[in-house]
Design a protein around this ligand. Structure first.
Ligand SMILES: Cc1cc2nc3c(=O)[nH]c(=O)nc-3n(C[C@H](O)[C@H](O)[C@H](O)COP(=O)(O)OP(=O)(O)OC[C@H]3O[C@@H](n4cnc5c(N)ncnc54)[C@H](O)[C@@H]3O)c2cc1C
Ligand code: FES
Length: 240
C-alpha cells in the first residue's frame, strides 16, 4: 500500500453517468488491484479498480452513484487528490492460457487493464461486456483492438440482447479460465460454471487496507476481507 498525492491529467464523461479519470504520479499497480481516492471535504476514501496503468499514469473509470463520485466529477486537470494505491491482491494472470473476461456494467473497468496486460503478453483474450443499454457502453473501441469482444445489452439496443451470462449460455467461447467483475447476481451464476475462474468482489469499505474488518465476507475457507485477501477471489471459494 502506498499513500500518494496524485495529479489530475484529465476527467471526462464517457456516458450519461460514467467518467474516465486519468491521474499522474501513481506507483505501479497490478491488474485487479484497487485504489482509494479521497476527495477534498470527504473523510473516507472511495475504492476504484485500476482501469489502466502506464508509466505512472493511472486511469479510473467511475460511475456517479452518490456524493463522493458526484464530487469527483468536479476534478480538473492540475488538481491534486489523496490516494492509497496498490491495494488488494490482483488477478492471477498466470492461470489462463485462453482467458475469458466477463464484465457487467462498470465491472469492465478492471478487466480493461487485465485485457491490456494479456495483449502485452501476446495473448488475445475473449471479452464479454454486459451493459444495461447502448448508452451505457464504455471501452468498446479500446477493447475491440486487443480482444475478441462481444457486447450485450439488457434491452437489445447494442449487440446480444440479454446479459453476459445468458450470452455465454447461448454462444460458444473458447477459453480455459475466466476473470469476472460485475453485479453479485452475475458473479453468482458464473460460479456455477464448470470452468475455473476468479471473481472481483465489491463491498462497502472503511479503511481499505485490512484494519477495520468492515468489508469482511464469509467464504468456504472462513471470513475474508475484500480489501486485503480480495478483491479477487477464486470463484470456487466465494459464497454469493
Ligand atoms: C474493490 C472495489 C473496486 C471498485 N471499483 C469501482 C470502479 O472501478 N468503478 C466504479 O464506478 N465503482 C467502483 N467501485 C464502487 C465505488 O467504490 C462506489 O460506487 C463508490 O465508493 C460510491 O461512492 P459515493 O460516495 O459516490 O456513493 P455513496 O453515497 O457512498 O453511496 C451511493 C450508493 O452506492 C453504493 N455503494 C457505495 N460504495 C459501494 C461499494 N464499495 N460497493 C458497492 N456499492 C457501493 C451505496 O450502497 C449506495 O447505494 C468499487 C468498489 C470496490 C469495493
Ligand atoms: S475496509 Fe477496513 S478491513 Fe477492509
Amino acid at each position: 500500500m502506498n499513500k500518494e498525492i496524485l495529479t489530475v491529467i484529465s476527467n471526462r464523461p464517457l456516458t450519461h453517468d460514467a467518467y474516465e479519470l486519468v491521474l499522474d504520479g501513481c506507483s505501479p499497480v497490478k491488474p485487479g488491484s484497487f485504489v482509494e481516492l479521497t476527495v477534498d471535504g470527504y473523510f473516507l476514501g472511495r475504492p476504484f479498480g485500476a482501469g489502466d496503468y502506464e508509466d505512472g499514469k493511472l486511469t479510473v473509470f467511475y460511475r456517479v452513484v452518490g456524493e463522493g463520485t458526484k464530487a469527483m466529477t468536479g476534478l480538473k486537470a492540475g488538481d491534486e487528490i489523496k490516494a492509497l494505491t496498490g491495494l488488494g491482491n490482483g488477478f492471477r494472470t498466470e492461470r489462463a492460457k485462453k482467458p475469458l473476461l466477463i464484465g457487467g456494467g462498470l465491472g469492465i473497468a478492471p478487466l480493461n487493464y487485465l485485457a491490456k496486460y494479456f495483449a502485452s503478453a501476446g495473448i488475445r483474450p475473449t471479452v464479454v461486456a454486459g451493459y444495461r443499454s447502448a448508452r451505457d457502453v464504455i471501452l468498446r473501441e479500446e477493447l475491440a483492438k486487443i480482444a475478441e469482444l462481444s457486447i450485450t445489452t439488457d434491452d437489445g439496443t447494442e449487440g446480444y440482447c440479454g446479459n453476459a451470462v445468458s450470452y455465454l449460455k447461448n454462444n460458444s467461447a473458447d477459453y480455459d479460465y475466466y476473470y469476472a467483475c460485475g453485479p453479485t447476481v452475475m458473479l453468482k451464476y458464473l460460479t456455477e460454471f464448470d470452468v475455473k475462474g476468479e471473481v472481483s468482489l465489491e463491498a462497502r469499505m472503511g479503511c481499505g487496507f485490512g484494519a477495520c474488518m468492515g468489508c469482511s465476507i464469509m467464504t468456504r475457507s472462513g471470513s475474508k476481507r475484500v480489501c486485503k485477501e480480495g478483491p479477487v477471489f477464486d470463484a470456487a471459494e466465494v459464497i454469493l
